[in-house]
Design a protein around this ligand. Sequence first.
Ligand code: GLN
Length: 197
Amino acid sequence: MKPIIGVLALQGAFREHRQALERLGTTVREVRLPEELDGLTALVIPGGESTTMIKLMAPYGFDKALPEFAKTGAAIWGTCAGAILIAQDIDGFPEQYSMKLLDMTVARNAYGRQVASFEAPIESEQLDDSFNAIFIRAPKILSVADDVEIVASYAENPIWVRKGKIMATVFHPELSNDDRIHAYFLETVAGIETIPT
Ligand code: GLN
């Protein structure tokens, strides 16, 4: 059976993720209801506004369904607001809900007001050459547990991290018109074959 990749479509940049995943030859399902998580091999939680997503989660039942889904062993990738949603801890007040799927501490909007949005070439051993990373009011990863792999850093902070089947990026790979990080997630994290980029 062909694997299906879900993209949480409550709010934010889910269409661009869908397009990137489809360019890599996968079947994508936009997830707006908890029952649409059934049978997914992997799920992408997009960037957007984490507070808005949290507000939408409970009325639709995702506050319970997503942590249950994570226990099925599916691969999960949170980008930007999605990374905030899966973090173990969020630094700052007021306290904000998170799913605690990846042992890291993040601070929302911590790249500062003037540079709240910027682009920068980043390097990673997982990429053959640099990737133009787009940061939009990105969270900063302040620390990660020892067993969390730092796949890429920028200005001394991790920006792309992974433990097993859970991955987070604080930038927006779906906006760069470069599908290499989506290919990494599908192939290496989720174990799915793709069409070569
Ligand atoms: N600043 C947003 C938040 O705190 C994240 C921004 C993004 O996803 N591009 O949720």
